[in-house]
Design a protein around this ligand. Structure first.
Ligand code: NAD
Ligand code: ZN
Length: 269
């Protein structure tokens, strides 16, 4: 099938779907300038993410881990949501039955949703529908290591010494980045909702994720075993490519805006 026909086919499947789960990974933010872990810029001072994004690393050297997260926060704050983030936010706001579930910690889906909300002035229900479910948390928030209170990060942190690291206003315990580290469990409430959405979905649209990390990797399978379809958008083949109903070899910005722009139930172009 030619590329244009595949794009049209994907747009048609999406238009006919009553409920849609959009699952995104690092690839959707690549064109915003956020490096993926597996890409050539995934390293920081010769540390692999797997060495820093762990509870053990934080216990051993919280200063080093905070320094890395501050670097990542500055990096994503300097980036902007791209047309794929925006198209998804608009679609989730304007058509019922679409939710965005992301493995990303860069906050770009949320920023796109807030920017679209300023233009479209959605009601509370529409705005909530466009608010992404963040499976792995966000580098734009911290969380208390003791009372679990969450705090948005807006100002630069001083990560020069252990003594200057951020502390909880309530209980004075050390704050940590509000992200899910390797070896940690996902938030059970978000995970439950994710599996519920995958079961209900007529379509699971998987964008920019290598689809190898469990349990997220099984969500498309859940949709398919309940009779729904799976469309993948990724410039490289992934383990999902073989089983997806349609797999588009394209970047997120190339494919997503065109696919989701067609209004639900609108006339065939
Ligand atoms: P990954 O790095 O394992 O895979 C990225 C995928 O994106 C690859 O399959 C690649 O082929 C694809 N890709 C690259 N450029 C693309 C583009 N322009 N359009 C569409 N797809 C493109 O990422 P992952 O599967 O999300 O897993 C890594 C984990 O690391 C995630 O769980 C996430 O928490 C974390 N992470 C997050 C960010 C972020 O927040 N932006 C960045 C790096 C890593
Ligand atoms: Zn606390």
């Amino acid at each position: 099938m030619g590329e244009v026909r595949e794009l049209r086919e994907a747009a048609r499947i999406l238009k006919d779907a009553r409920s849609v789960l959009v699952l995104t990974g690092a690839g959707i933010s690549a064109e915003s300038g956020v490096p993926t872990f597996r890409g050539p810029e995934g390293l920081w001072r010769n540390h692999r993410p797997e060495e820093l994004a762990t509870p053990e690393a934080f216990a051993r050297d919280p200063r080093l881990v905070w320094e890395w997260y501050e670097w990542r926060r500055r990096l994503v704050e300097a980036c902007d949501p791209n047309p794929a983030h925006h198209a998804l936010a608009r679609a989730a706001m304007t058509r019922p039955g679409m939710r965005i579930l992301t493995q990303n910690v860069d906050g770009l889906h949320d920023r796109a949703a807030r920017e679209e909300a300023e233009r479209l002035r959605p009601d509370a229900e529409q705005a909530a529908a466009a608010t992404p479910l963040e499976l792995h948390g966000s580098v734009l928030r911290a969380r208390c290591t003791s009372c679990q209170e969450r705090v948005p990060l807006t100002e630069p942190l001083d990560t020069s010494h252990r003594d200057t690291l951020p502390r909880c206003d309530g209980c004075r315990a050390l704050l940590r980045p509000d992200v899910v580290w390797f070896g940690e469990a996902l938030d059970p409430a978000i995970l439950d909702e994710a599996f519920h959405l995958a079961e209900e979905a007529d379509l699971c649209l998987v964008i920019g994720t290598s689809a190898v990390v469990q349990p997220t990797a099984s969500l498309p399978r859940v949709t398919q075993s309940n009779g729904g379809r799976v469309i993948e958008i990724n410039p490289e083949p992934t383990p999902l490519t073989m089983t997806a109903d349609l797999s588009l070899r394209a970047t997120a910005v190339e494919a997503v805006p065109g696919i989701v722009a067609a209004p639900r139930g609108g006339a065939e172009a």
